[in-house]
Design a protein around this ligand. Sequence first.
Ligand code: SAM
Length: 287
Amino acid sequence: MERLTDISVIKGIMERYGFSFSKALGQNFITNPAVCPKIASMGGADENTGVIEIGPGFGVLTNELCRTAKKVVAIELDDRLIPILGETLAEYDNVKVINADVMKTDLKALIGEEFEGMDVAVCANLPYYITTPIIMYLLEERLPVRSVTVMVQKEAGVRICAPLATRESGAVSFAVRYYSEPRLLFNVSRGSFMPAPDVDSCVIRLDILREPPVKVRDEKFFFSVVRGAFSQRRKTLANSLSSALSLDKSTVNSAIAAAGLPAGVRPEQLDMEGMAAVADALYELKL
Ligand code: SAM
């Protein structure tokens, strides 16, 4: 296949298939030839690895993954792209394209069926309208994957990778660090896509942890405390938690004290252990 990063090749495909980009589906295709080889190699696509790609588009990253990985399964929601991918991936026999919504796909079953005996990694240029839900779905399912390497909007990447107990940290930073070790790999400018989005992007890699960094009394309750803590960023932890979880202030204050934290502590001052201690203390007080 001619280079899928060439604007003339992309335009040729669009003309032949009568294809136009869907903004609603987050279709910004990569045109910078340096980006896909970097995502594939830094995402760990090698001869022992099976790769799940989300949203192959015209298959620009898929081509690179097929060249370097043992097997690729690409999940694409837009059915207009399926015949196009049939053409752009025709030279590979280690790829399977599935026409489905990734959020409605049983990825655990898919991994069992398609990648037996292989290490598994996820690599993707994610549709931006649904970045965080996809990342959380991949993590919460506790899939047997080694890593998730994805392109996201720069601002989202910074928040996802933010160290805890810093101004940039938020509920998503806690959720991501409960399941993985995140790292920002490199930035990608908005001019690297067609059509060009309004913002720059970055590629992040999440290395999946075998065990969460803390052992909490109740995981579901822990995450409701994380969400509640950051529901009103400017308020103190006590105020945010009492209003988000409908608890009286004295109960929340007792939990914060039991966790060994100062009364006026703010959510962005908490690390994972601090958040877990507050959640566990609240859980016990509520029993
Ligand atoms: N991988 C291509 C590239 O880098 O040029 C396209 C990336 S584009 C940012 C996102 C792709 O995800 C589009 O092809 C879009 O149709 C697809 N997509 C959007 N929502 C999806 C979903 N829920 N499940 C699977 N694919 C989806």
